[in-house]
Each structure stands twice: as C-alpha cells, then as structure tokens.
Design a binder for this molecule. Structure first.
Ligand code: WTA
Length: 652
C-alpha cells in the first residue's frame, strides 16, 4: 500500500496536474464540460459528430422511441473513410497508424497511407469475390495487421463484420456463423500463442464443415503451417490482394446502417449478437477516446493492450484511435512471453505515452514484482487506463506508482459490449480520481444507481446500475432477436431504463464504485462468460448428468469458474475425468471458459421447486459461512459438497 498522504492526493485529483501542453483542447480543465453536456446532450454529441467527415449531413440528431434510438438520421458517412482517407487527405499520410509488434518479435509499422492502400486492396478483393453491402463477414484472426485491415475493408464496402476472438473454439465460430448467416470467413493458417501455434485454419475448417453457410474463406499466412485449402472456397489473402488497385470508393453508409455485430455472453446459453451502427458509434468512440485519454495525435503513442476479438479492441484499438489519427501499438503476444517484462520492453521500445489495460493484467504485474517495470525506462508514460472489471484500490495504486511513476493519472473506465464506448470514467485533468472508483458518467451520459423499485439511491447507497438516456454508441438491437433485446435490457425498470446487469454503489460524494455483475454472468480476466454457457458445455459430455457453474473470487483473474458436476449412473469422478471435462469445455467454448475447479457431487442443492441454488454454491466456492439451507429439498448434499470443496480437482 502507498503512503496515505499520496493516496489522499490521488483522491483529490491533485497528484496529476496535467502538464500545460497536454491540457485537452476541448476540455478547459473545469466542470463546465459536464454542465454544458447536461444542459443539451444532443447538442453535445452533435458537436462531436461534427468532427467527423460526413458525405451528407444529418437532418435529425436523435429519434428516441424507447427502447430504440436512432442517431444522426439522414446523415451519411463511411467509417473507413473517416479512419483513413480523412487523415491522408489532411496531410498525415506519413504518420504511423500502427506499430505492430508480433509475438515472435517480428515487427511492422504501417502509416495511415499504407493502411489506407492495404484496406482498399482488400476491399476491392472482397468486392471481386462477391461480398456486397450488408453481407456478414466472420473474421477469425490473431492480432496481426490484417485484422484491422479486414474490419476496415468490410466497413469500406458496407459489409457487416462479426469478429470471433481467435481463442474461441470452432464450435463458437459455428454458432456465430449460423446466427448471423454469414457466408464469408477470414482467418489465418495459425496463431501464435506463447511460443506454440494454434491451428486456426483447422478450427475454421471444422466450423465451415459443420454449417453450409460459408462459400468464401480467405486465409492470411501467419505461422507458415501446412494447411488444407478447399478449391473454389479458400483463397490466400496475399493472392487476392496481389495487384489490386489502391483506389476503392468508400460506400456511402446511412448513419444507422450496421457497422458490426459482436457476440457476447448472456444469462442464457446462446451468445447475443450485439448490433452497432455507423454514425453514432463512431461519434462516441472517437469522442471518448480523445477526451478520456486526452489524446494528442501529434505526440502520443497509444497502446491498448486488449485483443481486437473483444469490444475493447474494436472501439479502442481500431475505430476510436484511427478516427482520432492516433499512433497506436498493436501487440500480438501475451504479457509474459517470452519474459514477464515483455510489456515494459514494448513501452520502452515505442515510447508509449498512454497505456490502457485490464485489472487482471495489473494484478499479474503486481505478483511478478515492481523490479520488472523498474528495469525499463517508462518515463514516456503520462496516462494509464483500466477496463474490464472492478479494479481493487491496491492494484490501482500499484499501477499508478510502479507503472505511472506517481505522475500519471489513472482512468478506470466502465462500459460494455452493449454500450460500445466508455460510459463511466474520470476525466484526466478535470475530475478527481479515487483508487478503485470509476467516478462519474461521461459528459452527456445519464448513469443512475437505483434500488429494487427503480428509485435513485442517495449518496452512500447501493443498487443496480442503469442508463437512463440514449447515447450515440448504444447497441441498437440483438441481431435477429429484437424481443430478446427488449427483455434482456429494458424490462427490469421500464422500456426507457437500460439495466446494465451490474451492481454499483455511490460514495458520500456521489461517485460511482462498480460492484460487478449481479446476473449469472461471470467475469474472468475481464471476459464475460455465462454460467449457462459453461453448464451446457458440461452436460453435453456423455458422462455428465447435471452441472451447475458459478464464479468464485480470484485475486488474479477477478473471478474463477467453479463447476459442480454430478455424473450419470454409478460413475465416479476422478482427476482424469475432471481434466477431461475441463478440456471438453475448452473445446466447446474456448480455453478461457475452462473451469478452474471441477467438483463432483452426487446431487446438486435445489429448492423445492427444483431450482439449483447457485448462490449457495457460490458461497461454498468462496468458502463463506452458509446461511439457512433448510429450504433445500436435499439439505444433506450441502455438507457433502462442502466437505469435498476442500480437495476438489483444482487446476493451477
Ligand atoms: C465489467 C468490456 C468494473 C462490467 C468493456 C460490465 C467493469 C462488463 C469495468 C462488460 C470497470 C467493464 N469496472 N467493471 N471499469 N469495465 N466491467 O461487454 O461487469 O466484455 O458489465 O465489455 O465488464 O464486459 P464486456
């Protein structure tokens, strides 16, 4: 822990007087920005939309027919034109867009002009192959430059991309191909993962065989694996872009045309296809990226260390930074490969000034010790960000001191795949920052913590986090399932109140502290995984009769997955079966969903109505005192589970 004195300085926001040259141009270091935005939110967002290049200006800023919002109606623009051509046209073609750092240590820098040309070549290739506006395109790629290129090429021709995290299994890809009825898959031969190679193309092949949707597959050569190429369907990326023109007229898109779908875990088994559109999304990701990170495009080197497979990467590696003409680091590897100071090596190599990462990474750095960052020159850093899960005050302070050298503001940013952009955050140089608090809603955003009855709680109170006013980057619907959109987000407190699924409390100053999810969604290393999703994967195994899954607190990953499994007939569980089940889940969903613990039990605790008592299982998993369990139909099972919880088949 830090000196209390220092902590107090952080609390008051005084530890970070922003250097004069970094005071954001739009934010004049005071509260005015909040009151202005509050007075006229539509005008506030419109002022940010005006910074973009529109092919046709909008007629109406907002049309709000709860729970459906439409922004910048009548306006037309193209996202790839805004992210690339606009900057080349203004004379910044030679500025580096991405410093790409590959896992094996290979590197490549792409300027805005080079990125534009590459995107145009690939966009032309896609058009030539028959991909048209509105078509869905699955992108299943590692963190290589071709990933943003593919996204931007889709955006250029108006195709809708659906990126699937390269750590997901082929089954996850099948689900996403089928739900979005996509006919195109863009993948790579393989992906590096801490020195070994993940057979991406093989996974993609399995997925494509399992559906008959896909007629076009484009393969980037990354690892040099021998891969099977199916005639007529599969094409090498380098072949299709070869000799293509670097001119490709950007498709004029309506502000409300769909830009992308990104699937996220819900409380039921099937992932939800979150739909983001064009004008409002780009407006809010660029506004938040510029203001929250106080971006100075001419001198900052910005690094968001997320994976583009998640929303953080969509909004803050691709669309926000490029719209703002940032120079970014694009990093393929892991934080601990080949060594645990890899991040600091990268910060030093590129002179990174802004770093945006997740609490789970920060806690790993803490565990590995301050000597590792101390061995590198991190003096270029001037701002640090955190996202993905609640950050504990200790980790916040450690980040501020050992990475930020006590001089960098830390912005803890709360948002979701659904919100598309940052919603709750301190603003550097404007608000105070308290270790562990996301502080307050971004200007123009109305975040309200309410009680059971939907009434706002006073300072000092706690409850459900809601969003009570539309904002430009909000999800528009769920792909193909508008009823589920209404039911999931807009039914708890009425159809004009979005319930985010998170609990939060307000401190005495009214600042917001996130408490994590209150639904059956777990947060493992900042990734949303639903309990039902893992349960369905488990019961899909031939030996499993029933399974209940819960998250338990974990110092490193935020939450770890605990699976309670009862087996069919007289089968007995052992370490080998536990391992098999963990692999089975990894196979069905992806490695990140693999349970940390598998607990075999004869029966699961249920209420008289037959509902599995998840809260109880969670209490057991976290080793808490148990409350009254007499309502259990099978009360004795609890002590049996408790007894075995001590020696469960645990992974380390
Ligand atoms: C959690 C990731 C506390 C939260 C951008 C939310 C956070 C879910 C924070 C969304 C934060 C994200 N503090 N919790 N700063 N940021 N969360 O869709 O539970 O992958 O609902 O989007 O992550 O996860 P998603």
């Amino acid at each position: 822990m830090a000196e209390p004195a220092l902590e107090n300085l952080y609390r008051e926001g005084r530890a970070f007087p922003p250097p004069a040259e970094f005071v954001a141009d739009a934010l004049v270091n005071d509260e005015a920005v909040y009151s202005q935005a509050e007075k006229d939110p539509e005008a506030w967002w419109a002022s940010h939309a005006e910074r973009l290049r529109w092919m046709r200006k909008w007629d109406t800023v907002l049309e709000w027919a709860p729970p459906h919002a439409r922004w910048f109606l009548g306006g037309q623009l193209n996202v790839s034109d805004n992210c690339l051509d606009r900057h080349v046209d203004s004379g910044h073609g030679d500025q580096v867009a991405y410093h790409w750092e590959g896992e094996p240590g290979d590197a490549r820098s792409l300027t805005y002009a080079e990125l534009r040309d590459e995107v145009c070549r690939f966009a032309n290739a896609l058009r030539e192959l028959g991909v048209a506006k509105g078509d869905r395109v699955n992108i299943y790629l590692p963190m290589i430059p071709e990933l943003p290129v593919a996204m931007l090429a889709c955006a250029r021709i108006g195709a809708i991309h659906s990126v699937v995290f390269a750590g997901f299994s082929s089954q996850s890809l099948v689900d996403r191909i089928t739900d979005a009825d996509s006919k195109v898959v863009i993948t790579a031969d393989g992906a590096y993962r801490k020195g070994s190679v993940v057979p991406l193309k093989e996974n993609a092949d399995k997925a494509m065989e399992a559906t008959d949707n896909v007629s076009i597959c484009i393969v980037v050569r990354r690892t040099g694996e021998d891969v099977a190429m199916t005639d007529g369907r599969d094409h090498w990326y380098h072949d299709v872009v070869e000799g293509r023109s670097t001119e490709c007229a950007p498709e004029p898109m309506d502000a409300e045309d769909v830009l992308y779908i990104l699937y996220t875990s819900g409380t039921t088994g099937t992932p939800k296809g979150i739909v983001h559109t064009t004008g409002g999304y780009l407006t809010q990701v660029s506004a938040t990226h510029r203001l929250v990170f106080d971006l100075k495009p001419d001198r900052d080197v910005y690094w968001c260390a997320a994976d583009i497979g998640w929303v953080t990467g969509h909004s803050y590696i691709v669309y926000g930074p490029l719209a703002n003409r940032a120079t970014s680091v694009l990093y393929e590897g892991a934080p601990d490969h080949p060594a645990r100071d890899r991040f600091w090596e990268v910060v030093e190599k590129y002179g990174v000034t802004i770093l945006y990462t997740a609490p789970t990474a920060i806690r790993a750095f803490m565990k590995w010790g301050p000597e590792l960052p101390a061995g590198h020159d991190l003096s270029t850093l001037r701002l640090l960000g955190s996202v993905g899960e609640p950050i504990n005050p200790e980790a916040w302070m450690w980040y501020a001191e050992h990475i930020g050298g006590g001089r960098c503001p830390v912005v803890d940013t709360w948002w979701q795949t659904e919100t598309g952009a940052i919603m709750i955050t301190p603003l550097p140089g404007v608000t105070a920052a308290k270790p562990g608090s996301a502080m307050r809603a971004f200007p123009g955003v109305k975040a309200v913590v309410v009680d059971e009855g939907g009434e706002p709680v006073p300072p000092g109170g706690g409850g459900y986090l809601t969003l009570q006013r539309p904002y430009p980057s909000m999800l528009r619907t769920l792909w193909g399932d508008d009823q589920r959109y209404r039911d999931t987000y807009w039914s708890r407190f009425g159809d004009d109140v979005y319930f985010a699924g998170d609990g939060a409390k307000l401190d005495e100053d009214g600042h917001i502290w996130l408490l994590g999810r209150i639904d059956d969604v777990m947060n493992v290393s900042g990734h949303r995984i639903s309990t039902t999703e893992v349960e369905s994967a488990l019961v899909d195994h031939p030996k499993v009769a029933e399974a209940a899954v819960t998250g338990r607190r974990d110092d490193l990953t935020g939450q770890a997955i605990v699976a309670y499994v009862s087996l069919k007939g007289d089968l007995e569980g052992d370490d080998a079966l536990a391992r098999e089940l963990r692999e089975h889940v990894a196979d069905r969903i992806g490695k990140l969903a693999r349970p940390a613990n598998v607990l075999f039990t004869e029966d699961l605790p249920k209420t008289r109505s037959g509902k599995i008592m998840r809260r109880l299982l969670k209490d057991i998993a976290e080793g808490r005192e148990l409350g009254d369990v007499t309502t259990l139909a099978n009360a004795d099972i609890v002590s049996a589970i408790q007894a075995s919880a001590g020696d469960s088949a645990k992974e380390e």
